[in-house]
Design a binder for this molecule. Structure first.
Ligand SMILES: *Cc1c(COP(=O)(O)O)cnc(C)c1O
Length: 386
């Protein structure tokens, strides 16, 4: 079985489970994103929620990226990592007052607002602080991203964004709110999108919306297309970097930006997913009547994507040289039937103590870890400081 390139001798001596990050791959990915986006003059804000490990954030900050945050805590993490406030955007359906105050105090680039109720509250808070809040309207473009139902966000009447039918009301409201300045429009149609035509449909819809806004004499400084570009979970060894060229070129071919207007993007998963691996040790190989279970010391408390989204992650036995593959269910120790990483997969013959790599876990892995069952949060190690 083909395996990733891991410094096995060093990893063997570390207490499991832990996240291992390939810093060279992260830097290579960031350089690719930078090249392919700056060719078109696009601005990129990394979606912090995918992974807000401080070391990861500081590498992303050093590469000159902005941050897309979904909470006050993420704004603080981004600032601490060295991302300047003027490169921070803040989205979320439920911004608390203290989070709005924090964003205004720090002078972030933009609040991506999701309802009329929120516009009124931001207007009030900004007014009491003697400030004007820059906002972008997050619009539901009603584009089906063809992805898992729990990570699709651009359809009508899900909790995110303002429906197209309510856009005019929101624009009317914005003419009365003196402490809010409309700076742009924002979209985010979902995550793990591998069908470029969904992004093409989004750009066409954004063009139509811009035409409508122009008929109302509204000029925008930026159009934000959100994140969502998918990665190849099945072939992390062959496709370690997502196809950013196809993505940005497809958008550039269709988008009708107005003079001086900027296009913004918020990739999360596609930047960090392939750089992270959850490394775990086999506690037991349990023979059932019809199945053989590999019981790991990592569970859904360390990586919840398989339990939460039925997500596939490639799993490799790093230590077994035994090429005779066998069929296993790979599970964690948490007391929940959902604590399953994979069913009926092939691994090299596996024994107690083997090191197991769960690949493509850099995004929504460590960031979603919990202490359920009294478990410790996973540690993180980096390829360049092992
Ligand atoms: C989650 C999220 C992103 C990042 O999505 P990815 O699929 O990880 O690229 C970007 N923008 C917003 C508003 C989000 O909620």
């Amino acid at each position: 079985m083909i395996k990733g390139n891991f410094p096995l001798e060093q990893l063997k001596s570390l207490p499991t489970p832990f996240y291992y990050y390939d810093v060279e791959l992260l830097k290579q990915t960031l350089a690719t994103v930078k090249d392919e986006s700056s060719r078109h003059g696009y601005q990129v804000h990394y979606a912090v929620k995918a992974n807000r490990n401080p070391r990861i954030l500081s590498i992303i900050a050093e590469a000159g990226f902005g941050a897309d945050c979904v909470s006050g805590g993420e704004i603080q993490s981004a600032l601490e990592a060295g991302i300047p406030a003027e490169k921070i955007v803040y989205a979320g359906v439920g911004k608390a007052d203290w989070e709005i105050v924090l964003g205004l105090e720090k002078g972030i680039y933009c609040f991506n607002v999701e309802s009329e109720a929120e516009i009124k509250v931001i207007n009030e808070i900004a007014g009491s602080m003697g400030k004007v809040a820059p906002v972008a309207l997050r619009i539901n473009p009603e584009i089906d991203a063809h992805t898992h139902s729990k990570i699709t966000t651009g359809m009508k009447e899900n909790k995110f964004g303002i429906n197209l039918g309510l856009l005019n009301d929101a624009l009317d409201l914005l003419q009365t709110t003196k402490h809010v300045h409309l700076s742009g429009i924002h979209f985010h149609i979902g995550s793990q999108i591998t069908d470029i035509s969904a992004f093409q449909a989004l750009v066409i819809r954004a063009n139509e919306i811009q035409d409508e806004l122009e008929s109302r004499r509204i000029k925008l400084e930026h159009v934000n297309f959100g994140g969502g570009l998918g990665i190849n979970y099945h072939h992390p060894n062959h496709v370690p970097v997502a196809d950013f060229k196809t993505y940005f070129d497809a958008i550039s071919a269709l988008v009708e930006l107005r003079p001086g207007q900027q296009a913004h993007f918020e990739p999360g998963r596609s930047i960090i997913a392939q750089c992270g691996t959850l490394i775990s040790r086999v506690l037991y190989v349990k023979e059932g009547e019809t199945k053989t279970f590999v019981i790991l010391d990592a569970g859904f408390t360390d990586l919840i994507r398989p339990a939460m989204y039925d997500a596939y992650h490639r799993i490799e036995n790093l230590t077994s040289e035994d090429e005779a593959a066998q069929t296993y269910d790979v599970v964690g120790p948490v007391c929940e039937s959902a604590d399953v990483f994979a069913q009926g997969i092939e691994l090299n013959t596996t024994r107690r103590g083997d090191l197991i790599a769960i690949r493509s876990a850099g995004a929504y892995g460590e960031a979603m870890a919990s202490q359920y069952n009294g478990r410790r949060l996973p540690a993180a190690y980096f390829s360049d400081t092992l």
